[in-house]
Design a protein around this ligand. Structure first.
Ligand SMILES: [Zn+2]
Ligand SMILES: [Zn+2]
Ligand SMILES: [Zn+2]
Length: 331
């Protein structure tokens, strides 16, 4: 294992390993030297890298280890705080000591019962599913999507995504694995959200533009339409502005009370493209992808539902209690 001298403290009758030096060098500690691991490193990129490597470990004594975050790290994690919480068992100080002891015992019992007789998984997909079952079973937890702006679509499953090295792979593979496992009855899903994604790259970061129906530019000037009751003239508000008053350009009468002598029946757009200057009332929406720049129509966006998952009884039987039969049926 490592050359790092482990710093273990005793608390609540459990051995707690301070991870500082291990995180610094991104080395996984020997899982036998402590019951609980405590993240006490301030550099968030290193902490994230370490926690992801814990998830990817093939040793259940590593990937099931109860891991907590030192409370004073909160300000250092900044945007990553929620991800850190998802990749660990939470902040140490927020957790009831009894809960820590209970989880530690649950994990130890699970490992004792399941570690032997485990076969090397045939594919990465199987390894990930096995991980999902081991982890969520010991934590009694669900697989909950998380809003995350560092992800491709804006939603992530941080633990499953940790198996992949870029946002695009993480998105495609995580959702596929969950979808297939659900179709085979190993996971149950609950609706969480609907997303509209870029047709080219699946990004969820999209810029919606009102565009000119003639030249498709989106540099538009919007103004209210004014309808003068007396002479029935309808035109953009800018046509009526005279100094600080509203005066009808057709009949030259001053407008006084909205609803009494005039109203505002809608909006009017003027295209700022000098060669176009088109005026129109209905502006079609066009969507630009923030990530790849593809311009597309709203009907071209890819609509995807986002689900929360939980382990099904069938899945628990298959992955945790009949391990000799584990091999995914495809097709
Ligand atoms: Zn135009
Ligand atoms: Zn008028
Ligand atoms: Zn795109």
């Amino acid at each position: 294992m490592s050359e790092i001298k482990p710093h273990v403290v005793e608390m609540y009758g459990k051995r707690i390993l301070l991870l500082n030096n291990f995180i610094e060098d991104c080395i996984l500690p020997n899982p036998l030297i402590a019951d609980v691991w405590l993240v006490n490193h301030q550099e968030r990129s290193k902490v994230r890298k370490f926690l992801r490597s814990v998830v990817r470990s093939h040793d259940m004594r590593v990937y099931l280890k109860p891991i907590y975050l030192e409370d004073n790290l909160r300000p250092f994690f900044m945007d990553d705080e929620r991800v850190m919480q998802r990749l660990s068992d939470g902040f140490f100080g927020n957790t009831d000591p009894l809960q820590i002891a209970t989880l530690t015992d649950q994990v130890a019992y699970f490992i004792e019962k399941h570690r032997h007789g485990r076969k090397e998984k045939a594919s990465q997909q199987e390894q990930i599913l096995q991980y999902i079952f081991d982890y969520n079973y010991t934590r009694r937890s669900k697989i909950v999507p998380m809003r995350l702006h560092q992800s491709l679509t804006g939603y992530a499953y941080p633990r499953i995504d940790s198996f992949f090295f870029n946002r695009s792979d993480a998105y495609l593979n995580s959702r596929n694995i969950l979808k297939e496992a659900e179709e085979q009855g190993y996971l149950k899903r609950t609706y969480f959200d609907t997303q509209h994604l870029c047709k080219s790259c699946s990004s969820g970061f999209l810029n919606y533009h009102e565009v000119c129906p003639k030249c498709h530019e989106h540099d538009l000037k919007a103004s209210n339409l004014i309808h003068h009751f007396r002479c029935a003239y309808v035109g953009p508000e800018t046509d009526f502005v005279a100094h600080d008053k509203l005066v009808c350009p057709k009949c030259s009468v001053q407008l006084k009370n909205v609803g009494v002598d005039y109203d505002k029946p809608g909006k009017m757009f003027t295209c700022n493209n000098q060669r176009c200057n088109h005026q129109f009332q209905e502006a079609p929406i066009q969507v630009g992808c923030v990530d790849c720049g593809t311009e597309q129509e709203t009907y071209e966006l890819v609509v995807k539902k986002v689900y929360q998952y939980e382990l099904s009884e069938k899945g628990i039987q298959r992955f945790l209690f009949r391990e000799e039969q584990v091999s995914l049926q495809h097709g």
